[in-house]
Design a protein around this ligand. Structure first.
Ligand SMILES: [Zn+2]
Ligand SMILES: [Zn+2]
Ligand SMILES: [Zn+2]
Ligand SMILES: [Zn+2]
Length: 586
């Protein structure tokens, strides 16, 4: 398998995972947690508003109140892992500025093989597959097109000639309201989503004000009265709009979880959050071409019993509790009381654990304070030098933040940070699933893979494989089997192992290839095959059984078949040589 295959797959993924690095848009995850989903006053009008959304739920699901989480979506019958719970087209979606010329602004697909997207000739900012997609989008893009042209003509420089993703998404929300009218189901659906206007955390006030200002400018209005046609008759309405948008927006992703835009779906936003979710929201890109694109699906990643509540996750659940709680509080304004956050039994969270200092195979909780007494769960040995572990984790977190920030502009600098920090954290005994070692592995892997694109050499390829193996080991301790992040990471490891080795180890090298990781030659191919088979198993859950693991699952299936024929050729080759040798000997 050539590196080109890997690269083209890689390009589709972009460089950030679904729940990995925080998206550049602070406001890209859903949220409606707590009792006030239908309006904190519980009035009959807000109850009535909800009907527009609940009518969209499939027959097997219903909205029910629960004493801990308020209203949420429950199943009526037993659901198997890998089943599609909800499948819909988002009501509003936009492509991120940097991807506008890569993905169609209507269906969010890439152009078909060898095809190119066509640009709107008026605004010259958005791109479509073809005239059909452009026509379908025109009823909304008409207003957007004029606004984009106006914005560009006032932009001080080229790189701000398109407004930010949040502003463009808000624009589409209000133009749709204007077009469909204040009595439309869209306005009812949107307004029944939760707003935090009356309890806005101080940290959100500035960003909300900034967004409001940019939106008003984008809409081209010069006085508050001109906002009335959009259903915004007061400043409070504007803050409600932005608050609903901020807490109910999802990341639009590729079939391998690469973020490419943002979208709004009130029906998906009905699903509450848990740090230990039983469902995920993905865009599988199944081969069924009759499904309207983009197609977002809520998929069960565990078997769910009748009457159980369905939970997705609004934040990266590989993060430790403190960080998750902070993010949920800041963006979604609630304190998580999920099973993982309130766990009180003697349990060591793999997100914050160190290896036993006596190497007995047990693990110890990672110290939070300098003088914490942390013991191994197996032999009871006490972790020494807790202060150095606390320090290393703090510096490690700084390295993650910095590397994330400079990753795109200055990859060399980012790689220097990850290369220096990873061995330090390993030396403190931190396990691969622990924060911040896990995100450092992910960033380091992304950097190595992008280097491979320009210069493929054995050393970097092997290092990428080792890093990917560690990253996968870490993920498998914190995410449920079948979680799409696991499936995507495992298929990446399989793809890396399947890349043709630029300079394979010779059979009599030292150490012998059989003992080294990654192995070389046929052993490597076998490992690639085994890894891809495991990846497909996980993808078939996380991206839906009926979707065959989605577009990525189908790609992995093709790779498995190709590897099988490569391995057969190799085995046949050996047989031929042996037959020749025997013939020569006789
Ligand atoms: Zn299209
Ligand atoms: Zn246009
Ligand atoms: Zn939680
Ligand atoms: Zn021990």
């Amino acid at each position: 398998m050539s590196f080109v295959d890997l690269q083209s797959a890689r390009k589709k993924k972009e460089n950030k995972s679904f729940v990995g690095a925080k998206s550049s848009n602070a406001e890209t995850k859903p949220g409606n947690q707590d009792q006030s989903y239908f309006g904190s006053d519980g009035s009959s009008s807000s109850q009535q508003l909800s009907d527009a959304i609940t009518a969209q739920l499939p027959a097997g699901l219903e909205v029910r109140a629960d004493e801990y989480t308020g209203r949420g979506v429950h199943t009526k019958s037993h659901v198997q892992a890998g089943s599609v719970l909800i499948s819909c087209r988002p009501r509003i979606n936009i492509i991120s500025t940097q991807h506008l010329d890569v993905y169609c602004s209507y269906c969010c697909e890439r152009p078909q093989s060898n095809g190119v997207l066509k640009r709107c000739t008026r605004c010259r900012q958005v791109w479509y597959c073809n005239a059909a997609c452009q026509n379908n989008d025109w009823s909304i893009h008409k207003s957007e097109c004029a606004a984009l042209q106006r914005w560009k003509s006032h932009a001080p420089s080229e790189h701000v000639s398109v407004p930010g993703d949040a502003v463009r998404c808000l624009g589409r929300i209000v133009w749709t309201m204007q077009k469909e009218g204040q009595d439309s189901s869209w306005v009812k659906e949107f307004n029944s989503m939760q707003s935090h206007r009356t309890s806005l955390p101080p940290s959100a006030v500035d960003s909300h004000a900034h967004l409001a200002h940019a939106l008003v400018q984008y809409l081209g209005v010069s006085s508050p009265i001109e906002l009335a046609p959009f259903g915004l008759s007061s400043a409070a309405d504007l803050v409600d709009l932005i608050s609903r948008f901020t807490t109910n927006t999802f990341t639009l992703t590729t079939s391998s979880l690469g973020p490419i835009g943002i979208c709004v779906s009130p029906v998906m936003a009905l699903v509450n959050h848990s740090c230990d979710p039983n469902a995920v929201m993905v865009f599988p890109h199944s081969s069924d071409s009759t499904v309207p694109r983009p197609n977002m699906q809520l998929i069960a990643i565990r078997d769910i019993k009748p009457n159980e509540q369905i939970f997705g996750s609004y934040v990266d659940v590989t993060l430790p509790k403190e960080i998750r709680q902070r993010e949920l509080q800041e963006t979604y304004n609630f304190r998580c009381k999920c099973s993982l956050c309130v766990r009180r039994d003697i349990w060591i969270d793999p997100r914050e654990s160190v290896r036993c200092p006596k190497s007995c195979g047990g693990i110890c909780p990672a110290p939070i304070d300098d003088d914490d007494l942390c013991r191994c769960d197996k032999c009871g040995a006490v972790v020494p030098a807790t202060d150095s572990i606390v320090d290393a984790r703090r510096v490690g977190q700084e390295a993650v933040d910095k590397a994330t920030l400079v990753q795109d502009q200055d990859p060399a600098k980012a790689k220097q940070l990850t290369s220096n920090m990873i061995p330090i954290l390993i030396s403190t005994g931190l396990t691969p699933s622990s924060h911040p070692l896990l995100p450092l592995y992910r960033i380091h892997l992304e950097l190595l893979v992008s280097t491979l694109g320009s210069q493929l050499n054995q050393e970097t390829l092997d290092e990428a494989i080792r890093t990917s193996a560690k990253y996968n080991a870490g993920l498998s301790n914190v995410l449920t089997k079948g979680h799409p992040v696991r499936g995507v990471a495992l298929s990446e490891l399989g793809k890396l192992l399947a890349v043709d080795e630029p300079s394979p180890a010779s059979p009599d090298s030292n150490p012998p290839p059989a003992a080294a990781f990654p192995p070389s030659g046929p052993a490597r191919l076998r490992l690639a095959h085994e890894t891809l088979v495991r990846a497909l198993e996980e993808l078939s859950i996380g991206f839906g059984k009926c979707n065959n693991g989605g577009e990525l699952g189908q790609e992995v299936r093709r790779m498995i078949l190709r590897l099988e024929s490569e391995m057969k050729v190799w085995t046949q080759g050996v047989r031929n040589v042996m037959a020749d040798t025997r013939a020569a000997a006789s």
